[in-house]
Design a binder for this molecule. Structure first.
Ligand SMILES: Nc1ncnc2c1ncn2[C@@H]1O[C@H](COP(=O)(O)OP(=O)(O)OP(=O)(O)O)[C@@H](O)[C@H]1O
Ligand SMILES: Nc1nc2c(c(=O)[nH]1)N=C(CO)CN2
Length: 188
């Protein structure tokens, strides 16, 4: 095979001086099945254990009734983790799905109860519209259980095209969500 680099093609690493850019990444966690708090804590541990991922903020834990879920579904615990990472967006998605699988998530009906949901809300200012991967997460901005925890840890965070998360939080009905006193995720 011809290994001579094509002088007309500049790869991304060359453009960034051999270093991949560090992006601010927002990860939303949710659980409404099993030991919900243990599931969120396990997910945080798994995110923190990911190489090339550095935790910069962890939100308080919030509880809310399920939105768009089948009648009688249990309430959710939700939290948001803010990280800096040099990983590709798709590598981060694969990691998120692997963490869900590690917690025994079985996909049943849409919106059905889940031990663990790990969504990528934003990966810096990346915009992706692929069949299995959309960034920013298309429903995050209207989800009080994402916007409120995120705003509580980084109100100046931005959803590309939609603005500052602190402002989005003010535009939503926040009476449907409660911060759970005494429940706190820890960095172990
Ligand atoms: N930004 C994203 N973060 C996480 N998953 C995504 C994203 N964009 C697309 N997906 C895809 O969504 C698929 C289904 O996700 P999931 O089962 O968690 O949906 P859901 O939690 O029921 O609904 P929602 O996506 O509204 O939270 C995943 O397999 C993944 O490929
Ligand atoms: N309160 C709440 N409702 C939901 C949640 C969630 O995390 N919290 N996740 C959903 C699908 O991802 C659907 N509905």
């Amino acid at each position: 095979m011809n290994e001579t680099p094509n002088p007309h093609i500049i790869d991304a690493d060359t453009l960034t001086g051999g270093l991949r850019p560090i992006r601010r990444v927002v990860v939303a966690l949710g659980s409404n099945l099993g030991d919900r708090m243990a599931n969120l804590q396990g997910a945080l541990n798994a995110v923190a254990d990911t190489p090339d991922v550095e935790i910069v903020g962890v939100s308080p834990v919030y509880e809310s009734a399920p939105v768009g879920a089948p009648e009688g579904s249990p309430d959710f615990l939700n939290a948001v983790v803010v990280v800096d990472s040099t990983l590709h967006a798709r590598t981060l998605l694969e990691r998120a799905l692997a963490i869900e699988d590690a917690f025994g998530r079985v996909r049943t009906e849409p919106g059905g109860p889940r031990t663990l949901d790990v969504d990528l809300v934003v990966v810096g200012d990346k915009v992706i519209d692929e069949e299995d991967f959309v960034l920013p997460h298309p429903r995050a901005h209207e989800r009080v259980f994402v916007v409120v925890p995120w705003a509580s840890v980084d109100a100046d965070g931005e959803i590309p095209g939609l603005g500052r998360v602190g402002d989005l939080a003010h535009s939503l009905d926040t009476t449907t969500i409660t911060r759970v006193d005494g429940l706190e995720l820890r960095l172990e």
